[in-house]
Ligand binder design. Sequence first.
Ligand code: ADP
Ligand code: MG
Length: 914
Amino acid sequence: MHRASQPLHERVDPPAVAVSVARDDTARVTPMMAQYVEIKAANPDCLLFYRMGDFYELFFNDAEIASRTLGIVLTKRGKHQGDDIPMCGVPVERADDYLQRLIAAGHRVAVCEQTEDPAEARKRGPKSVVRRDVVRLVTPGTITEERLLEPGRASLLVAISRRKLGDAGALYGIAAIDISTGRFSVMEAPQERLAIEFARLEPREIVCPDAIHDDPEMKEFWREIGVPVTPLARDGLDAASAERRLKAFFGVATLDAFGSFSRAEMAAAGAALAYVERTQFGARPPLSPPVRDAGSATMLIDAATRANLELTRTLSGERTGSLLAAIDRTVTPGGARLLAERLAGPLTDPAAIAQRHDAVEALVADAALREDLQAALAKVPDIARALARLSLDRGGPRDLAALGSGLTAARAIVGMLLGRAALPAELSKASRALSEIDPDLPARLEATLADELPLNRRDGRFVREGHDPALDELRLLQVDSRKVIAQLQARYASETGCRTLRIKHNSMLGYFVEVPQAAGEDFLKEPWRATFVHRQTMSDAMRFSSVELGGLEARIASAADRALKLELGIFAALSEAVLAHAEPIKRAAAALAEIDVAAGLAELAAREGWNRPLIDASEAFTIRAGRHAVVEAALKRDGKPFVANETELSPPDASAKGGRISLITGPNMAGKSTFLRQNALIAVLAQMGAFVPAASAHIGIVDRLFSRVGAADDLARGRSTFMVEMVETAAILNQAGPRALVILDEIGRGTATFDGLSIAWAAIEHLHEVNRCRGLFATHYHELTALGDRLERVTNATVRVTEWNGEVVFLHEVVPGAADRSYGIQVAKLAGLPPVVVERARTILAELEKSEREKPVASLVDDLPLFAAPQRRAAPTPAVPAEDPLRLALVRLDLDEMTPREALEALYTLKGLG
Ligand code: ADP
Ligand code: MG
C-alpha cells in the first residue's frame, strides 16, 4: 500500500516530552503537537496510536519501538530542538494485525481516535485541531477483536488481592474476567495454591496492587509465571471501594444476590473491574455478575504436571499433539473453549462429574440425535464474542450476522431436544436456556442483513437490498454516479493524452486525479493548470483535483453519506435489539457450548470405543484395558496397534490404609512412561466428565495429581536439572495427601547411581508410609523391586520384552513382576550403534556381571532397615538349588500355559543355556 506523505495542516514541531513543551519557548509548538504531547503524557506506559486520517501515527520513542517491532519504515516529520522527530504509522484498516504483534511483544497500546468530524474542527477556525481522545487501552488481557483472539481459548485477565495471615503466610483473592465473553469468577487461595490456579487459568495478563507486584518475595514468582503483570496504584482497591464499584457496574444496591464473597475475593473482583473500566473508557463489556470459581472443587494440577502430561499443549508449546487436541471433537469456538476449561480443571465432586457423564452417555446412546446436534452446532459462530464486541460498540455487521445464524441454529437445537423423554439434567437445562431466545430476534437479523458482509460497519452495504426503499434509491444514485466518474476518467485520459490517468478516492482528498510524476509536471503548466489543481506529490505520482470532480464528489458524497447514515441507523437499531437480549443470549451461548462439549465427547467415545468410568469417594484405581489417548492415535495413523494394559492401584483390602504404589521396571523403549502417563490422563479425563480410553475404569476421586520425570528427560532451566528434580520431589512428598495420584518417572536418574537409588528408595518409603497415596513409579533401578516384598502396598510390574535372534522385541504389555534385565545393549543395537561397539559392550557386560555375582547387590536390600516403618521381615526367599541351569529351566516350563510363540521363545532360551 502507498504511504502518502500526509499534508499536515499542523506543522509538526517539537517535543519528545511534555515538560519540554512549556519551557522550550524557542520551539513553536503546533496545536496538534501540543495535543499529542498532552495525551501521551496521560498514557506514559502505552504506545500511543494517534489517529490521523486513514492512519494511526506513532511519534518519537514510540515510533522507534513500533518500527523495530513491526519492521515498518521509520520516517521523519518536522524537528524538535534541531533533531528530526521520528514517526511511523499503520493503516487503520490493518491496525488489528499490527496491534496483535505489538501486544505479543509485550507492549500496551493506547488508541487515540478523532472524536469529531474534521469539518467541525475547521468551523472553529483554520488553526484548530480535530478533537482527539484515547478511547481504549489495548492490553494482552483486554482484547476483543476476533483476529487477536484464539477461538478455542479463553482470554483471561486475572486480578489478585492479598490478605496477610501473620505467620501462616497469606490468603489471596483471585478474580478472572474474560471481557471477550463476559465470564467473571472469583475465588480464594492460600499462597501455595497461587501458582496452581494460574496454571489452570492461564491468564493473558495479571493485575495486582503495586504492593504485591513490587514485593521482593514475588519477584521470582512473576518471572516463572511468564505472564505480563500490571501493577495498579493502591487507591480504591480495598474491599469497601471494590464493593461500591461492583454495585455501580451492575446497578444493584446490594451484592447479596450474587452470593457471599470474602474480603479478599471482593478486593480482587474490584481490582479486575477497575482495570477493565480503566482500559475500556466507558465502553461496557457484557460482564456476568461474579460467581465463585469451581477452582476449589477441582483437581489440583501444578504447572510442571500439566506440562509433563501435555494436557493442553505439548512440551514444545503446540496444541497439536496435546491431550486437548486428541479429544477435541467440538464444532463451535465456544465449545472448544469450554472443553479446554474443563480439561484444565477436572472436578472432584462425584455427583457433578456424574452429571456430565450422564449427558455424554445419552448422546453416545443416541447416535442420530448426536449427529443432528453436531450438524446444527456447526452453523453456530462465536456468539459470545460477537455479543461482547457489540456491547463495547466495537462490533461490525458480521457480529450481528453471527448472532442471527447462531440463534437460529439454537432454535433448531431446541426443537431436537424438546419432548425427549429422560433427557439428562445438563442437556435439559441447556435446552431450557436455548428456548428463552425470542425467535423474532434472529429472524429480524437475518431478514435485514445482506449475505456478503463487510468487516466494518462504516464500509456500508450490509443491509439487504429491498429492506429499506429509501436506502435502495440512494444506492441507485451512487451506482449512476460511478458510471459518470468512469466516463470522466476516460475523457480526462484522452484529452490529456495520459493513458494511465486514474480517478481515485480517499478520505483525506476525496476524489482526485492521479497521474505519474512526469505527466504531473505537465499538469502544473498551461494549458492544464486551468483544469487541474495540484493537491499532493507522492514519490512516484501526483494528485490533482478539478472543479468538475468537486461537483460530482459533492453529489456522490451526499448520496453515499445519506445511505451510510441510514445504514448506521439500522445497525444501531439491530445492535440495540441484540443488547436488550444480552442476558438470554449469554445463557444460550453457554448452553450451546455445553451441548457441543457433550456431543463432542460422545462422538469421541463412540468412534474410539471409550467407556464411562465409575467415579466415587473410594480410593480405588482399577483400569481394565487402558490406553494412552494421544499415543494410540499416533500409532493408529501409522497403522500400528496400541497394546492395552491393566492398572491396579486400589487398596489391597478393606483394612489397608491407602492405595497401592506400582513399581514398573523394564528396558528403555518398553513403554513405561507411556503407561504411567496413560493412567494420569485417564484420571483427568474421567474427572473432567469425559469417557475414558479403557474397557472399564473405577476411580476414587483424585484430588491432586503429580507427574514428574527424572532430570535427564526434563528441559533445562536456570538451575541444575537435578536440583529442579529434587525440589519437585520434595514438593510432592510434602504435599501429596491420601487422595493424590503420584506419577514418578525415573526419579533419581540425574545423579550418581547409588545417590539416585537411595533417594528413589527413600521417596517410595515415604509415599507408602506417610503420604499413603496411589502412585506409579517407573524406574531402571532393579534393586527397588525388593521393596515390593517388604512394603505391603507396593507391587512390582514390568513391561514385557522378548528377544528374537538377539534382537529385542517390545511387547508393551505390563505384567506383574520385575524385569529380568535391562536389555540396554539390545536397545543400543536397535538404535544403530556400530556393531563393534555393541560387541565390545557385550564383553564388558559379561565381565561386570561376573564380578557382580561375587558380591550381589541384592544383599544391600537385606542390610537396610526400613524407613520409619515397623520392621516386617520379608518371607525368606527359597534358596536356588545349585543345579544345572538347563535342567532348572526345563523344570520351570509350564507347557500347558504356553502360547506357540512363547514355546518357540523358550526353545531358543534353552538352546542358549545348553
Ligand atoms: P520407556 O519409558 O519404557 O522408555 P516409552 O513409554 O517412552 O518407553 O515408549 C516408547 C515407545 O513405545 C512409545 O513411543 C510408543 O510408540 C511405544 N509404546 C509404548 N507403549 C505402547 C503400547 N502400550 N502399545 C504400543 N506401543 C507402545
Ligand atoms: Mg521413559
